[in-house]
Design a protein around this ligand. Structure first.
Ligand code: WTA
Length: 647
């Protein structure tokens, strides 16, 4: 057998002790509703549901109809009630060395109750929206759970997004409150964060109309002159901390919107993905238990994602906590103060289950194996990967160097829209192949089809579709039902399938390989960024007349952003200085994470006769390939000029 086709069967130990079993697949297929009802009953319901799925209003699903529950009670109170209050829920590790805090389930209950009491004291009511713009501090999770407790729909905005990005999300959701911090630590230095909130929310005529309060957690304490808007701004320590730690939670309908999370689509405007309470929590909880083979009271789980992304929602907050897990939450970057940080944390806390993105694995590879080798990583028993396709080389390195050859790897495919993991090996059940997400989970059904909705043959590339509803599925796009139908359900409307936007293929053994996006969405270090969003930011620069952006293959980040821009007439090309301004424009409009790796100022863009920019050809140029078919171009010689500019 060649190295490339080597299969990794589960160890005897996993086969004997895993939570998941092979018979789950057949059982789920025989009666999906019954299977999901059984998973939902892992949660505590104040009112039991009477119907598992109502798909009569497709594609608008209703799961666990008639059921009522409180998500926060399921993540916190019920563990305390079951006598597990002294168990550590969160080992919080701040970026500064020795800035740590362990939070038990009892303490978490008190803190969440205090925050809930304060939020209701200022008049917030179930259904209101709250924006959370925070680094990875415990109060971020406490805030999410306090919202859930009151039926407030939270909208977490990644703290790396710009003021402009925050404002558009606050306005779209008509959030009444923003919860933030004074600053955040980034590579050892305090950086302002509230300043971005002030800029975002504006003043006077410009003020965000929906905002009533800004709650500020003191984190960095770096700025004695912190800007303060009287009447609007309050310190967490003066308000939340003063509250009673007792809060009686009310139950909400299973379909009550738990959160919005904005994500990039193929058009410039980010869309607010809406998730439910009962269905979402069922899927987060079920997948955490089975895919991570979670053993209560024994495992220490660590998901390296930020709460600003869906992975942070489902596997830092709702999945682990609904299962009573003990987890590590780390505030900083992997190389702060040096490249040993992650491995020191694994060693110190005895992390058993480690879930990160391939881009970080590739970064570790670049740093060299002597770094992890200097640490005792023997507590690890399971590894996970998420966010982008993992190349087999990185998979094997992860397996050998981090996992010591003994840990199953779960390569988990899913999306902001799916709410939880959809396609993944099951530890103890699946023999894995490096680079393949293998197979839809029990209860999930996916298929790969061509343009005409016909299944593709083994080895052929097609579109990944989900052909059966699932509990964690998005319930819509905030305020835009038409866009929801158009974006996800119109491609295979006759069949009623969800189109994920990814390409995939089956191999000869029926293992599923996800190949990446087939639309204009880029994946940079596991972050979704749309080409048109970056293009809009670039043309917002006064010197830019037109821009075309593509994701080019990148060894470390998966894809890198490459832009081609045409200058306005009469603008002098000052080279690097101008390019730096354009990159800054993108940072200001979206986030530093969306800054192009490369900007090429070109005299023209390749266009078809109907005026469409041929991104495919720009990708060929950026990746240094021979050009594909140029016959539909108005002027094929455009490329000579583009190539000359890049040389
Ligand atoms: C990609 C992140 C291959 C995919 C959870 C998807 C993956 C997009 C994998 C969603 C994987 C995620 N293998 N590709 N294991 N996981 N993707 O919404 O293109 O940030 O459509 O959700 O990431 O990104 P999102």
């Amino acid at each position: 057998m060649t190295e490339a086709s080597k299969v990794y069967p589960p160890s005897d130990e996993f086969v004997a002790g895993a939570n998941a079993t092979a018979e789950m697949y057949a059982r789920a297929d025989a009666n999906p509703d019954e299977f999901w009802a059984e998973q939902a009953r892992r949660l505590d319901w104040a009112t039991p549901f009477t119907q598992t799925l109502d798909w009569s209003g497709a594609p608008f699903a209703k799961w666990f109809v008639g059921g009522e529950l409180n998500v926060s009670v399921n993540c916190v109170d019920r563990h305390v009630a079951a006598g597990k209050g002294d168990r550590v829920a969160i080992h919080w590790v701040g970026e500064p060395i020795d800035d740590t805090r362990d939070i038990t389930y009892s303490q978490l209950k008190d803190e969440v109750s205090r925050a809930a009491n304060y939020l209701s004291s200022i008049g917030l009511q179930a259904g209101d929206r709250v924006a959370i713009y925070m680094p990875m501090v415990p109060e971020a999770i406490i805030s999410m759970l306090a919202c859930a407790r009151l039926g407030l729909t939270h909208s977490v905005v990644f703290a790396g997004f710009s003021a402009a990005a925050l404002r558009s999300r606050v306005d779209d959701a008509e959030a009444k409150v923003v919860i933030t911090t004074d600053g955040q630590f980034r590579r050892g230095e305090p950086a302002p964060l509230k300043a971005a909130v002030d800029e975002a929310l504006g003043t006077g005529d410009d003020a965000a109309p929906s905002i009533e309060k800004v709650i500020v957690v003191r984190r960095t304490n770096h700025d004695p002159d912190l800007n303060w808007v009287e009447g609007r701004d309050v310190w967490w320590e003066d308000t939340v901390d003063e509250q009673s730690p007792v809060h009686e939670a009310e139950a909400f309908d299973a379909e009550h919107p738990l959160f919005l999370l904005y994500t990039s689509g193929t058009t410039g405007k980010p869309k607010g993905i809406v998730h439910s309470s009962g269905g979402y929590l069922t899927q987060a909880s079920y997948t955490f238990h089975n895919v991570f083979d979670h053993k209560e009271g024994r495992d220490v789980f660590w998901c390296g994602a930020d709460i600003g992304w869906v992975t942070g929602h489902s596997y830092l907050v709702y999945g682990p906590l609904s299962n009573g897990a003990t987890e590590v939450i780390y505030e900083g970057t992997p190389n702060s103060p040096n490249e040993h940080r992650h491995f020191q944390i694994i060693e110190k806390y005895g992390v058993t289950t480690y879930y990160i993105a391939p881009t970080l694995i590739r970064t570790f590879m670049k740093w060299g194996r002597e770094i992890p080798d200097a640490h005792d990583l023997s507590s690890l028993r399971l590894l996970g990967s998420v966010g982008e396709p993992i190349n087999p080389e990185a998979w094997r390195w992860y397996n050998d160097v981090i996992g010591g050859g003994r840990c199953p790897i779960v390569d988990t495919w899913w999306q902001t829209e799916t709410g939880g993991i959809m396609i993944s090996p099951l530890p103890g059940v699946t023999a894995t192949k490096p680079g393949s997400a293998m197979r839809p989970l029990p209860g999930i059904s996916a298929t790969i089809v061509d343009d005409n909705a016909n299944p593709v043959g083994d080895g052929e590339q097609g579109y990944l579709v989900l052909d059966r509803p699932w509990p964690g599925m998005l319930r819509g796009i905030w305020g835009d039902p038409e866009r929801f139908k158009e974006t996800y359900w119109s491609r295979f409307e006759d069949q009623g399938w969800y189109f994920a936007g990814d390409g995939a293929r089956y191999d000869e053994d029926g293992a599923l390989w996800v190949l990446g996006r087939v639309d204009d969405v880029m994946n940079v270090s596991g972050h979704r960024i749309s080409t048109s969003e970056v293009e809009s930011a670039l043309v917002a620069h006064p010197a830019v007349a037109e821009a075309a952006v593509i994701g080019a293959a990148d060894e470390t980040t998966g894809q890198g952003i490459v832009a081609f821009v045409i200058l306005m007439g009469g603008i002098e090309n000052t080279g690097d200085a101008l390019i730096a301004e354009m990159r800054q424009q993108v940072a200001v409009d979206i986030s530093p994470i969306a800054k192009p790796r490369e900007i090429n100022i070109v005299p023209e863009l390749p266009k078809t006769r109907s005026g469409k920019i041929m991104r495919r050809l720009l990708k060929d140029v950026a990746e240094g390939r021979e050009l594909g078919d140029t016959s539909t171009l108005v002027d094929p010689s455009v490329f000579e000029a583009i190539r000359a500019k890049r040389a």
